[in-house]
Design a protein around this ligand. Sequence first.
Ligand SMILES: CC(C)(COP(=O)(O)OP(=O)(O)OC[C@H]1O[C@@H](n2cnc3c(N)ncnc32)[C@H](O)[C@@H]1OP(=O)(O)O)[C@@H](O)C(=O)NCCC(=O)NCCS
Length: 193
Amino acid sequence: MTFVNYQYIKRYRMELNMRRWRRPAIELPIGYRLVAWDSSLVSAHAEVKHASFRDEIDAMVFPCLGEYDGCHRLMSEIETKEGFMPEATWLAEYVGAGPSKAEYCGTIQAVRIQPTRASIQNIGVTPFHRGRGIGSALILAALLGLQHLAVPIVRLEVTAENEGAIRLYRRLGFREVRTIYKTVELAYSGPSG
Ligand SMILES: CC(C)(COP(=O)(O)OP(=O)(O)OC[C@H]1O[C@@H](n2cnc3c(N)ncnc32)[C@H](O)[C@@H]1OP(=O)(O)O)[C@@H](O)C(=O)NCCC(=O)NCCS
C-alpha cells in the first residue's frame, strides 16, 4: 500500500530593485571563467544543476532537480520559453587544472515573468567549488545582463531553510517581499499484506 503525506515548505520570494542597484565588479578566483549562453550548452547546464542540487533540500521541493533527466527536461523547457533571457544565463567553468580537465561548476538562468520583472532561477554551484565567490559572480553576471535589458525588478524564490543562499542574496541586495508555502507530496510504501 502506498501512503501519501503532504509537507508544506516555507519559501521566500526576494526581489532586487535594479533602479537602485549600483553594480559591483565581478570578481572570480584565478582558474575560473564565465561562459555565455549557447543552445549547445543545455546538457552542460543540466549536469551542473544535477550535481549542485541532488543532495540539497530543493531536490525534495522540486524532485526534477534530483535527477539528471529532470534537470535536462527543465533546462530544455526553460530555453524554449518565450521569456527566456540568454543575456542573463551563464555557466561557470573551472579551467585551473588545464584545458583537458576543464569542468563546468556553476549555472544560472533568467526568464522574464512580467513586463517589469525577470526571475533568476536554479542557481547552483557544485559542492567542491562553493565558498569561492562563484555563486556571487554568476548572480552579478545575470544582473548585468538584466540591467543591460533595462529590467526594473529581479525576483527569485528560495527555501527558508537554505540560510546560506538567503545570506548571499541579501548581501547582493535582494530583500524578502513575500513568504510562500509550497506543498510537497511525500509518497512511501507501507508493508504489503
Ligand atoms: C547557494 C550557492 C549557489 C552559493 O554558491 P557559492 O559559490 O558557494 O557562493 P559564494 O561563494 O559566492 O558565497 C558563499 C559564501 O562564500 C563566501 N565567499 C565568497 N567568495 C569567497 C572567497 N573568495 N573566499 C572565501 N569565501 C568566499 C561568501 O562571502 C559567502 O559567505 P556567507 O555564506 O557567509 O554569505 C551554493 O551553495 C549552491 O549551489 N547550493 C545548492 C543549490 C542551492 O541551494 N541553490 C540556491 C537555490 S535558491
